[in-house]
Every structure is written in structure tokens, then in C-alpha cells.
Design a protein. Structure first.
Length: 261
């Protein structure tokens, strides 16, 4: 289930990368990939740069990985951009992180529209700055009819809070008579979660060498395949994404059953 990348492969030529992409596409790709983008601060520290420099560099990687995921035919890409716990970070860093969606979408929204990407968000919007929310809502509105990759930003998101909110809504529907014991199933409970429009992730990637979930999509990843790498997010590239997808393609997903049954 777990895969740890110990060393990086040499940079591939454009021709070999193109050949590899075509082979991966033929083998079948995950419908939904989720990524915990970790290591921006450590990347900057190694270079004696401020942490925000790492976040800025990481933003460029988001663009590259989004483009490749769309080309591969991935249905949805969920990126853990900011957790409900990240408000504990220094104010200067938080302020910059709240600028990144505006900067990213301001720079790349025309390209995303042209590539048929649909932007979505899961998280608690009420705590976000007005300028951040305005940029996100604009992108959601302008891409709502696109039919390609769903680029889903997990922003001000925490899975425990999400599950608790879902339980509260279920209880409310029980009290009002909308819900009863017979129709409360895993499927109906999932419909109360933020990303209910999306299938559960098939593949979860976490960068930077950390092996934990950090309160991310705890309900949805019950049968997700995990892939961990020591590579810091600003150094993550197309070859690494292909490594992860190829590993996924070589796994046997049994969902609690027996292989071949």
C-alpha cells in the first residue's frame, strides 16, 4: 500500500517523457488523484530563502501537474492547499498563502479555460479573505461548463470538521423526517460531504517524506492507494507524477476481497 521514493530518477528527455506519457495513458489512469503538497518551507530553508518563496515556487508546480493530469485523462485532481490548522502559522505566511489562489488563477485561468479544466473548491469559505474568495468564485463560475479535468482546491479544509458537519446535517434530516434508518448508508452519508460530486480518490500522493494524512479526506480514502515521496513539492515534476501513476497501475486493488475472486 505504501511506496517511498528513495532517489530521484535522472531528468528525462522530452521525447522519452512523451513516450512514457503515452504508455501510461494506455494502461489506465486513476479517475481521481489527491495530493498533499508538502515541503515548500523546507525547500526554501535549504536555499536560505523565506518560506513564502517556497510557496511561490510550489504554485508553479501546481500548473505543471494540472496540465499533465489533464493530458493523462485524470478525471479529478484534488490539491490540499490550506488546512484549517494552517491558520496557526505566522500571519505573514498565512497572508501570502491567501494571496496564492488569486495569483495562480489570475495568471493561469485563461489557460485552464482553454484546456477545458473545471475549477472547484472544498473547504470553509466563510473564513477566507474577500479577495481570495472573489478569485475562486470567479474561476468556478467561468469554468462551470467545462468537461475536462476537475481541479479541486482543498482550501481552509479539515476532514474531521467536515465529518462532524455531515453528522449534524444527517441528524437534522432525521429530526425533520427526511432521513430514516433504512436509507442511511455509506453512500448517502458521503452525499453530505463537501466533495460529494467527486468519486473517492483512487490515488493519494504526499511529498516531502512525511507519512501521515494531516486531517485530509479521512472518510473518502478508505480504499485509496497511497504513494509517498521524499521529494519536496517545489521539486515535484512530471516524472514524479508518472512514477506515482505507474506504481498505482501495478497494484492489485481488492477492496477487502481476494485477488481474482
Amino acid at each position: 500500500m505504501f511506496n517511498k521514493l528513495i532517489r530521484r530518477k535522472p531528468q528525462e528527455s522530452s521525447s522519452s517523457l512523451r513516450d512514457r506519457i503515452e504508455l501510461v495513458k494506455k494502461a489506465g489512469v486513476p479517475s481521481h488523484i489527491a495530493i498533499i503538497m508538502d515541503g515548500n518551507g523546507r525547500w526554501a530553508k535549504k536555499r536560505a530563502m523565506p518560506r513564502i518563496a517556497g510557496h511561490h515556487e510550489g504554485m508553479k508546480v501546481v500548473r505543471k501537474i494540472t496540465k499533465l493530469a489533464n493530458e493523462l485523462g485524470v478525471g479529478a485532481l484534488t490539491l490540499y492547499a490550506f488546512s484549517t490548522e494552517n491558520w496557526k502559522r505566522p500571519k505573514k505566511e498565512v497572508d501570502y498563502l491567501m494571496q496564492l489562489p488569486e495569483e495562480f488563477l489570475g495568471s493561469f485561468l485563461p489557460e485552464l479555460i482553454n484546456e477545458n479544466v473545471r475549477v472547484e473548491m472544498m473547504g470553509y469559505k466563510e473564513n477566507l479573505p474577500t479577495h481570495t474568495l472573489k478569485a475562486i468564485n470567479k474561476a468556478i463560475e467561468e469554468t462551470k461548463n467545462n468537461t475536462g479535468l476537475v481541479l479541486n482546491f482543498a482550501l481552509n479544509y479539515g476532514s474531521r470538521a467536515e465529518i462532524l458537519d455531515a453528522v449534524r446535517h444527517v441528524l437534522k434530516d432525521f429530526q425533520s423526517g427526511i432521513m430514516d434508518d433504512e436509507n442511511l448508508t455509506e453512500e448517502t452519508f458521503s452525499s453530505y460531504l463537501m466533495a460529494s460530486r467527486l468519486a473517492d480518490p483512487d490515488l493519494l500522493i504526499r511529498t516531502s517524506g512525511e507519512i501521515r494524512l494531516s486531517n485530509f479526506m479521512l472518510w473518502q480514502i478508505a480504499y485509496t492507494e497511497f504513494w509517498f515521496t521524499d521529494v519536496l513539492w517545489p521539486d515535484f515534476n512530471e516524472e514524479h507524477l508518472l512514477d506515482a501513476v505507474e506504481t498505482f497501475q501495478n497494484r492489485q486493488r481488492r477492496f477487502g476481497g481476494i485477488q481474482g475472486s
